[in-house]
Ligand binder design. Structure first.
Ligand SMILES: [Cu+2]
Length: 131
């Protein structure tokens, strides 16, 4: 009989850190976006392949691309995170589509981020008014 002891797979400490997350104010049935900085402390790439929020009917990973004079958003399947990645207005973001409730200033929503190597992260995201 062979016993396998799994040691050191889930190392203690923050393998992935989510810094300064915030979501945009938006009405019920509308769309919002979540921005944040992702810091990867694992010393190897990780991949964010899914995001989920109970507050929206659809949660997607988006990038913003410039088409002529227009900025257009496009769904992407995953994001590779080397050591740092910024999700910010005009760039990458988590899109919340068809909101089930109003997102008001100072509300907090819960977002689940799924990473290939470091697993699932549940974070609290404050709703902010953007200029
Ligand atoms: Cu979007």
């Amino acid at each position: 009989m062979i016993l396998l002891f799994i040691v050191g797979c889930n190392k203690v400490g923050e393998d992935i850190e989510i810094l300064n997350p915030y979501a945009r104010i938006a009405p019920k049935d509308g769309s919002s976006a979540v921005y944040m900085k992702i810091k990867n402390n694992q010393g190897m790439e990780d991949t964010l392949y899914e995001a989920y929020c109970n507050c929206a009917n659809i949660t997607e990973l988006h990038e913003t691309i410039k088409k002529g004079d227009m900025m257009e958003m496009k769904k992407i399947d995953y994001l590779v995170i080397k050591d740092k990645l910024s999700l910010e207005p005009g760039g990458l973001h988590v899109m919340l589509i068809n909101l089930k409730e109003d997102l008001r200033e100072n509300d907090t929503i819960e977002l689940v981020l799924k990473f290939k190597k470091s697993g699932e992260k549940k974070i609290k995201v404050p709703v902010k008014k953007l200029e």
